[in-house]
Design a protein around this ligand. Structure first.
Ligand SMILES: CC(C)(COP(=O)(O)OP(=O)(O)OC[C@H]1O[C@@H](n2cnc3c(N)ncnc32)[C@H](O)[C@@H]1O)[C@@H](O)C(=O)NCCC(=O)NCCS
Ligand SMILES: Nc1ncnc2c1ncn2[C@@H]1O[C@H](COP(=O)(O)OP(=O)(O)OP(=O)(O)O)[C@@H](O)[C@H]1O
Length: 285
């Protein structure tokens, strides 16, 4: 479509809205409490170098990145040129995050997941189903980015060592932990009468039941990952965080994760992305 004044204005409006929603989803995730092992409004969980103020500063520093991604992707077809530009903007966002936090990794995985989903909504603003948006993001994630530097990462090390899918594969598969776990649990919990806080915690736990979270693997190995998955499942089997049995199981899970020095950063990223997609698709419906 040729760029006219009117559709340039539409692109601006949508980009501003998506950037604001993505930033807010990161803030809502960070504040949500009580989350096992993660930064929340009670404290730093298993982290020495993170706290809520830093997470919020980091989230705000990313608004400009999400805005640029949405602007650039507006009505664009998925192709290598777009993939490269999205990769460039994502890496620029990582550098801006590092500047805002004084060199601490607060949201690396979140920039990846949220950045791809923001891009997908801008590419096809008419999509109204979360699964379709996730598939569009997956198509982008599956394309090679020739400018991606080959660097060591804890995530890729865990993927190779334990032979499990990590952040890249989750995106390339169409974010199954958002579409098949987080989003259905969020909506089902609300329908069962859980409060918004409880529904979001249940959604996080639903993601944790099966995610091979490379943050947990890097810090605590396979035993910590299995304890996380089984502990999250035990909370949901007990009726979720809105029941006293579920709260007891959540307390047990938190104690175990702290003892393992483990934090489900990948699950937290996917919860933030779940909240973003929930908001975007509710606004469209
Ligand atoms: C894919 C990324 C996250 C790197 O992943 P990798 O596993 O190699 O490294 P790293 O350990 O630094 O980060 C992984 C992060 O992903 C999250 N995560 C961990 N496990 C999982 C999982 N199973 N599923 C989803 N997310 C996960 C965590 O937050 C973790 O910290 C990303 O940084 C990247 O390659 N970006 C390139 C820039 C780009 O192309 N961006 C485009 C979109 S903006
Ligand atoms: N509330 C949260 N608390 C902690 N981490 C979170 C939270 N929300 C998202 N994350 C994700 O967790 C990741 C940070 O995890 P972690 O600190 O384990 O990674 P690291 O810096 O690579 O490793 P380490 O801290 O072990 O050196 C970030 O990429 C971020 O996207």
């Amino acid at each position: 479509m040729p760029l006219t004044l009117s559709n340039t204005r539409q692109a601006d409006v949508l980009a501003a809205k998506l950037a604001e929603r993505a930033t807010q989803a990161l803030i809502d995730e960070a504040r949500l409490s009580p989350k096992p092992g993660l930064v929340d409004s009670r404290g730093s969980g298993a982290h020495q170098d993170l706290n809520l103020a830093l997470m919020e500063r980091s989230a705000h520093s990313l608004t400009a990145t999400f805005y640029a991604l949405a602007q650039h992707c507006w009505l664009r077809p998925v192709d290598i040129a777009l993939r490269q530009e999205v990769g460039r903007l994502g890496r620029l966002g990582e550098r801006q995050m590092m500047t805002a936090t004084g060199g601490v990794n607060t949201h690396r995985g979140a920039i990846w997941a949220m950045g791809l989903l923001v891009s997908a909504v801008a590419m096809q603003p008419a999509l109204s189903q979360a699964a379709d948006i996730a598939q569009c993001a997956a198509e982008l994630a599956r394309l090679p980015d020739a400018f991606s530097p080959i660097t060591f990462s804890k995530g890729s090390h865990a993927v190779q060592r334990y032979r499990v899918p990590g952040a890249k594969e989750e995106a390339q598969r169409g974010f199954p932990h958002i579409i098949e776990r987080g989003l259905p649990e969020l909506r089902a919990s609300r329908q069962r009468g859980a409060s918004e806080n409880q529904a979001q915690l249940n959604a996080l736990l639903a993601v944790m039941t099966t995610l091979t979270d490379t943050c947990v693997l890097s810090r605590g190995g396979m035993s910590a990952l299995l304890a996380m998955q089984q502990g999250a499942d035990a909370v949901l089997q007990a009726g979720g965080v809105q029941t006293s049995a579920g709260q007891y199981q959540l307390y047990q899970l938190e104690q175990r994760m702290l003892a393992d020095n483990a934090s489900p950063g990948g699950a937290a990223d996917l919860l933030a992305a779940t909240l973003f997609l929930d908001g975007v698709t509710r606004a469209n419906s």
